[in-house]
Write a protein that binds this ligand. Structure first.
Ligand code: GLA
Length: 394
């Protein structure tokens, strides 16, 4: 067994042990990973492309059915419990983690799929609030586990959509499909080029000789993110409706050109123009980045990652001082091929493609300088690309 599988097995065994301490019976364990995204940010809900991958950090759910309608949950790391009846399912205000589980349960109820109550223990090593989709990991783990236990034969894509709706309805974030798609559909050593309009996708090999993926966590929790996220969505759809008045075939920013923005959006509102122009550029940038990847021109891909960061920071305005600092810190370092903020924004991680031999020195250096500058420590995670949601113990 390789190191990664061994680590997964250990967490799964820990979840099973916790389950047996809290409940009776033998659980199954489902693992569902967090995600990274190489390029293509905020493009998913605009009908564009994204380039995510599942990582070797995941949510683990040890779960078994009950004979009644009750749901009993334990978050082992947080040492918190939560119970509710299936018949009283609703989002809970004061504790957040149960919502990701309950939101997924609610999708089965909506589809009128027969369900029973269940006991579950959650353990996750996806850092919370770090932009690595810890919530999507829990949603996908729950959806997959319930589907297994109830023998539903749901297709993976259907489970992706159910998990996304769980986030909309129980977390109030009108997210696109990227996070749940990457968690459920991830493939070891591959990124997923996903067309978020047609949902067609290709696995693109992503194992770069001598280069590793480093995530630098600002440790700024992105609490602003959900309200600002929903605002960005509205700004983009405002641009689409202005353009649609003149070009009725346009349904999303995917079909929009910068010329259309010049004509129909810029004269009306500079801010909306700036937001939507970033998206139009980012959708094009991703297409060209995929060509770079195909040609093996990793330097060119890296330059595009920096360009994405600049757009997210100055045009889409979803960055923060800490993220900007981290990207500036590595921008002229020859050992760093590309870097940018990742995910929804306002905190969380930067993603860096770093030459292996320079990794340790870089982490040491940036950790020290970041601490001096912001008075708090960053975290550093070297991640590898893993498979998506699966059952790992039974
Ligand atoms: C969050 C959302 C995703 C996506 C990213 C930004 O992670 O959940 O759907 O929009 O932000 O790319």
């Amino acid at each position: 067994m390789d190191e990664i599988n061994k680590a997964q097995q250990e967490i799964a065994e820990r979840a099973t042990k916790k389950f047996r301490e809290a409940f009776k019976g033998d659980p199954i364990v489902v693992r569902s990973p967090g995600r990274i995204n190489i390029i293509g940010e905020h493009t998913d809900y605009n009908g564009g492309f994204v380039l995510p991958a599942a990582i070797d950090k995941a949510a683990y759910l040890a779960i078994a059915l009950r004979d009644d309608d009750e749901i009993h949950l334990v978050a082992a790391d947080l040492d918190e419990n939560f119970s509710i009846s299936l018949n009283e399912l609703k989002p809970v205000g004061d504790v957040s983690w149960p919502n990701y589980i309950l939101g997924s349960v609610a999708q089965f109820v909506k589809k009128e799929i027969a369900l029973k109550g269940f006991n579950a223990v959650l353990i996750s090593d996806v850092p919370i609030g770090a932009g690595l989709s810890s919530s999507a990991a829990v949603e996908c783990a729950t959806t997959y586990a319930l589907s297994e236990l109830m023998h539903t034969n749901l297709e993976r894509l259907e489970m992706v959509k159910m998990s996304q709706t769980a986030e909309h309805e129980y977390a109030g974030v009108m997210c696109g499909i990227m996070d749940q798609f990457a968690s459920m559909m991830g493939k070891q050593d591959h990124v997923i080029k996903l067309d978020c309009r047609s949902l067609q996708y290709d696995y693109v090999p992503f194992k770069l000789e001598g280069i590793k993926i480093l995530l630098l966590d600002t440790n700024v929790k992105h609490s602003l993110a959900s309200s600002e996220y929903n605002t960005r969505r509205k700004e983009c759809s405002q641009a689409v409706s202005w353009i649609k008045e003149h070009e009725p075939r346009i349904n999303s920013l995917r079909d929009v050109t910068e010329e259309m923005l010049d004509k129909y959006v810029l004269p009306k509102d500079k801010l909306i123009d700036k937001r939507s122009r970033f998206i139009v550029q980012e959708i094009n940038r991703l297409q060209r980045a995929c060509e770079d990847l195909q040609r093996g021109d990793i330097k060119s891909l890296g330059r595009k990652m920096f360009a994405t960061h600049d757009g997210l920071s100055k045009m889409y305005e979803v960055s923060c001082d800490e993220l900007d600092y981290m990207v500036e810190f590595v921008r002229n370092n020859d050992a760093v091929i590309g870097a940018r903020m990742m995910g929804g924004g306002f905190g969380g991680c930067t993603i860096n493609l770093v030459k292996e031999e320079a990794m340790d020195a870089l982490i040491k250096d940036i950790s020290l300088q970041y601490l001096k500058h912001f008075g708090k420590k960053p975290d550093a995670y070297i991640v590898s690309i893993s498979d998506g949601t699966s059952r790992i113990l039974s």
